[in-house]
Write a protein that binds this ligand. Sequence first.
Ligand code: PEP
Length: 256
Amino acid sequence: MRTILIAGNWKMNMGPKETADFFGQLDDDAQKNIEGVDAAVCPPFVSLSAAFSARKSGSAVKIGAQNVHFEDNGAFTGEISTAMLKELGCDFVILGHSERREYFGEDDAVVNKKVKKALAEGITPIVCVGEVLQERKEDRHFDVVKGQTAGSLDGLTADDLTKIVIAYEPVWAIGTGETATPEQAQEMHAFIREQLSQLFSEEAAATVRILYGGSMKPGNADELLRQPDVDGGLIGGASLKPADFSQLVDIAAGQK
Ligand code: PEP
């Protein structure tokens, strides 16, 4: 079945020194190769090298980035290419996070170009979708997520789909301490999987990991991860502390 993925999104936190400290303090158990569980952290760009250097040899914790540009290279001041991430050894890149959509104007068309570029480079995109509170209150959350999913994955093949990860992150639950209930998460994850099955194929949709994101922490992870269509977590705040991150990996390991 689908391997659970516990992925930390460090956002604009953790410089190179703190990143090295994180890996220094991370429990050996959390770095073991655990059957049925993948673990990853996504530090800021400037801390990626520190993460690769500080990660113990043999550690199973994967490393990813939080964004990337869709062009190969050239006059794009301040941007980073997929080839640069690949050269470092990044396995994942988070794309279309709600903070990128809200503060940096990224729309589905831009996310779509980035997804295609990451796939072409062999980096697994973690594609984020999710509604804001008003949209849920107006009962538009399914339509919003459907539109974001279709737009972000436009033009992909069923084979491409098997190489991506989706993260459902209700924006009202990100960094707020408020979590979707396990039932709300399951309902939306099943809805997304059904949509993927219609857009691509049932077989491909069955292989895609759909992570939940939004104030996931050791205290609520177990119930969320127990849901049949919740295949892991994209975790912000709780992924910054080695002890919490280890506990999340441990909880994931207990699911299998
Ligand atoms: C996120 O930013 O992807 C996230 C889920 O953050 P938090 O866990 O802090 O809500």
